[in-house]
Design a protein around this ligand. Structure first.
Ligand SMILES: Cc1ncc(COP(=O)(O)O)c(C=O)c1O
Length: 431
């Protein structure tokens, strides 16, 4: 846990800066929960890469699947199928409840949401789409139009019919109504506003069961069921985006199961490929049949590619065989207890929230006013990196300044403790 200099940063002068400045480390290799820099320093990865590598880096099951599929077939004409694709669909349906019955496999989360939105529009005949004000659904046009947490200014008009719903964050109630416990008033108020704006062409609501970029905000009890009812009342489909929450991270295979509500369309991405680009759009027979009859088209270069599908099978099989949801609950409990202990000692921690191994630490400059500690949040993540821990900060206006902590589900208990120790030091050093 010695201080880590940030010498020999990577050469960036020929790269486009797509998300602010790059981190000043050059990563050479990664294994399990650990990254190794070009100059031999080790960094504990508390974000599973970009929240994808839930099995850890270089998991043998993923490497074997890549090697094996690579020797058979990597890529095909998009109308051809391979056994890994049909088997991945079968294995996914075996763990999904009815009426979810059919899947298509794409590469990224944005693409899976794009396909979901196109299915919803074709099926309903509408084009109006609601998403949370703290949402992140991807960078392709439809997904980006329903992404409100960042990236809206400067790119021209969003798609017509896109509207925002208040994010049900009880710690930062969006309508200054609740404190600590959401009573769903923000949902009813948001739907009433959407009704007022509607031109009579409703299509879908797209939602994350735990908003991630929005500051790690789990949907409150009863919210998802009420949201589904609002959708049904208006002839809208409910699309759940489980990019980060599926495949074990929150203590079940899927987060929606904990809410007792089945979506009309489910999208999976990040965690499905365990670090490789693989995503899925899943829906019911009824919606698929209707869309097919209307000539549904979503033909991409890498739809149904065999190699990522083989990796997806390996990920799903490992999650089930190693009971990773249970592990996420156990280690998540250990991590949460440690974060709550830090909260007792550091005035700057206003709130600790999340589920399983997807936790958020809301940093404040004043516990009473809950004013977000934005500069402090950035300083803490930089200090953590210097001390050998990678944590991520989200700090968009209105969403607070929140550390996102989501290590691989395979993390060793002592590495959870080590990460907490480093965070403790960084919180103190930056105060
Ligand atoms: C909930 C959620 N949905 C969709 C996406 C977009 O996925 P991708 O970057 O793979 O397109 C993200 C990315 O962070 C996400 O967090």
């Amino acid at each position: 846990m010695s201080g880590m200099p940030t010498s020999s940063p990577p050469a960036t002068d020929q790269l486009i800066r797509y998300g602010g400045e790059f981190a000043e480390v050059l990563i050479e290799r990664a294994s399990g929960c650990w990254l190794e820099t070009a100059d031999g320093r080790r960094i504990l990865d508390f974000t599973s890469g970009q929240m994808c590598a839930t099995l850890g880096h270089g998991h043998p099951a993923i490497l074997d699947a890549m090697r094996d599929a690579g020797e058979r077939v990597v890529h095909l004409f998009s109308g051809f199928l391979s056994r890994d694709v049909t088997e991945l669909a079968r294995e996914l349906m075996a763990v999904l409840p009815e009426p979810l019955a059919r899947a298509m496999f794409l590469s990224t989360g944005g693409e899976a949401n794009e396909a979901a939105l196109r299915l919803a529009k074709l099926h309903t005949g509408g084009h109006e789409v609601l998403a949370f004000a703290g949402s992140w659904h991807g960078m392709t046009a439809g997904a980006a139009s329903s992404t409100y947490s960042a990236g809206r200014r400067g790119y021209g008009p969003a798609l017509p019919g896109t509207m925002a719903l208040p994010t049900p964050n009880a710690y930062r109630c969006p309508i200054a109504h609740c404190r600590e416990r959401c009573d769903l008033t923000c949902l009813d108020a948001g739907m009433a506003l959407a009704d007022a704006q509607s031109v009579g062409a409703p299509a879908a609501v797209i939602a994350e069961p735990i908003l991630s970029a929005g500051g790690i905000v789990p949907l409150p009890d009863g919210y998802m069921a009420r949201l589904k009812q609002h959708c049904e009342d208006r002839g809208m489909l409910l699309i759940l985006d489980e990019a980060q929450t599926a495949l074990g991270r929150v203590g079940g295979i899927f987060a929606f199961e904990q809410h007792g509500t089945v979506p009309d369309i489910l999208t999976l991405s990040k965690t499905l490929g365990g670090g490789l680009p693989l995503s899925a759009t899943v829906t019911t027979d009824a919606i698929e049949n209707d869309a097919a009859q209307k000539g549904f088209l979503h033909f991409t270069s890498h739809v149904s590619d065999p190699l990522p599908a083989a990796v997806g099978r390996a990920v799903l099989q490992t999650v089930l065989a190693d009971d990773l949801p249970r592990r996420a609950l156990e280690l998540g409990g250990r991590l949460r207890a440690g974060l709550e202990e830090l909260q007792r000692r550091h005035e700057t921690i206003g709130d600790v929230r999340g589920q399983g191994l997807m936790l958020g630490v809301d940093l404040v400059s004043d516990r009473d006013t809950r004013a977000p500690a934005e500069r402090y949040g950035s300083a803490v993540t930089e200090r953590c990196l210097a001390l050998g821990l990678n944590v991520n900060i989200v700090k968009f206006p209105g969403l607070g300044s929140v550390l996102r902590i989501a290590p691989p589900l395979t993390i060793a208990p002592e590495d959870v403790d080590l990460g907490l120790e480093i965070l403790d030091q960084a919180l103190g050093d930056c105060a």
